[in-house]
Design a protein around this ligand. Structure first.
Ligand code: RP5
Length: 193
């Protein structure tokens, strides 16, 4: 595997490879990889990156295009497990081959986020990502920002299986969301007495 190729993209290769049941929890050792087909997908992915940061989960984000940089996509996906990633969030719009092709090159869980494009509103990407053939699973989330946020929360649940501190932060985050609803009152504003 050409180390320089990764280094040129800011992906570290110089830490222990596989076998690590509990990869170290520091920001130099990402546990979640967030990849997207284009820089234009960044706005959609922002909620995912914010949540991963809020939950204190080491992560990385990269532009990886199934169509424009297929060799880089194969390298990223096939090297992800050895670099200590536990989950990959893959987002793309249009033909949206990135999540499925990534899942074809790794056995890590891949969470697919359909990005809404101008022509078909993301239904195209959603149908592409959700229709994986038997044997190559991609966990498909909702279209757009809600799907991106849920991908991060699902990634946190997966990471929480082996990192109790992440699970505890996720419990606290979830409890805080419940408190927000309860504090806001039970009647919808403006339409109920
Ligand atoms: C997809 O094509 C990308 O994931 C993006 O959602 C869409 C448009 O990409 P750009 O033309 O904005 O680079 O591959």
């Amino acid at each position: 595997m050409p180390a320089g190729y990764h280094a040129a993209r800011g992906v570290r290769l110089d830490f222990p490879v596989s076998g690590a049941e509990h990869p170290r929890m520091d920001s130099n050792h990402p546990l979640v990889g967030v990849i997207m087909g284009s820089e234009s997908d960044g706005e959609t992915l922002a909620p995912a990156l914010e949540l991963l940061a809020e939950l204190g989960i080491p992560h990385e984000s990269r532009i990886v295009s199934a169509h424009r940089t297929p060799d880089w996509m194969f390298e990223y996906a096939s090297g992800a497990e050895a670099r200590g990633l536990l989950v990959i969030i893959a987002a793309a719009g249009g033909a949206a081959h990135l999540p499925g092709m990534t899942a074809a090159k790794t056995v890590l869980p891949v969470l697919g986020v359909p990005v809404a494009g101008a022509a078909l509103g993301g239904v195209d990407a959603f149908l592409s990502i959700v229709q994986m053939p038997k044997g190559v699973p991609v966990g498909t989330l909702a279209i757009g920002k809600p799907g991106a946020a849920n991908a991060a929360l699902l990634a946190a649940r997966i990471v929480g299986n082996t990192h109790p501190e992440v699970r505890e932060r996720l419990k606290a985050w979830t409890a805080a969301r419940a408190d927000e609803v309860l504090r806001s009152g039970s009647a919808p504003k403006g339409i109920a007495p």
